[in-house]
Design a protein around this ligand. Structure first.
Ligand code: ARG
Length: 246
């Protein structure tokens, strides 16, 4: 369990003089997931989820540190104790629930499909499984394509190209190395904003985001649920939506 005391190694007497020692929780984020979690030009974590986590920490009396972590390995990193939670637009799925606990849901999204402006492919082509599709490895976009197009035999599995981060998918869409990209709507909008690409369809997955926490950390789960409940009832929640344009 990574519960550090801010500024201490654990063997020395805490030197904090004010409120005493607060617990520090390490929050794992995908650092390329705007508008939820990403880095500013100085390398500081920013975004809707980052601001939410800071607000909850303030309310619930703990400190947070943000740890950029490869998305595809983020649940193993949580299980191994390298981070204490994942607060980074993670969809609550039954498969993930076998490995970790999730907080109450705090956001709902759909998957979207985007194409290059110069191509004329349609959602019918996408659903028929004839396109080369790019997705971020380990995401619900990947899982949707596998479960709905590949497993049913409509799409050859080699037509699904997986990438470690979504900016790499968007770059290959721009280069026309793939016909289409699939991703959660808000980060998709962000990723294609400066590219010759647009969304052609939304898949109504209705998936919801939650904070992932180790199964053994039941107290932390309660703390985060309490914090989320407070946050979503606070005027700051509306302010956050405006700030991050959602
Ligand atoms: N919501 C999707 C999922 O849970 C995509 C999340 C990608 N998140 C991220 N921080 N890269 O798989």
């Amino acid at each position: 369990l990574v519960v550090g005391i801010a500024g201490c190694t654990g063997t020395e007497t805490p030197t904090t003089t004010d409120t005493g020692a607060k617990q520090t929780y390490i929050i794992g984020i995908d650092a390329e997931y705007p508008p939820y979690s990403y880095l500013d030009k100085d390398g500081n974590a920013i975004g809707f989820d980052v601001d939410s986590a800071k607000w909850i920490a303030e309310q619930q009396g703990f400190e947070v540190k943000f740890q950029p972590t490869a998305w595809d390995g983020i649940i193993p990193a949580l299980q191994a104790g390298k981070i204490d939670m994942v607060y980074s637009g993670m969809t609550i799925t039954d498969e993930r629930k076998e490995k970790v606990n999730f907080s109450i849901p705090y956001w709902q999204v759909n998957q979207t499909v985007a194409i290059h402006n110069d191509t004329a492919v349609t959602m019918d082509n996408f659903y028929a499984g004839t396109l080369i599709v790019g997705a971020q490895r380990g995401t619900t976009g990947q899982i949707w394509v596998e479960e709905n197009l590949i497993d049913s035999g409509k799409m050859p599995s080699e037509n699904l190209k997986l990438y470690d981060s979504f900016p790499l998918v968007a770059a290959d869409l721009q280069n026309k190395r793939i016909d289409a990209a699939i991703y959660d709507k808000p980060p998709m909008l962000d990723a294609i904003a400066d590219k010759p690409a647009h969304i052609i369809g939304e898949i109504d997955t209705g998936e919801v985001y939650g904070i992932a926490i180790r199964k053994t950390d039941t107290e932390l789960l309660e703390t985060m649920n309490e914090g989320l409940t407070k946050l979503m009832a606070d005027p700051y929640w509306e302010e956050l939506k405006t700030t991050w344009d959602m």
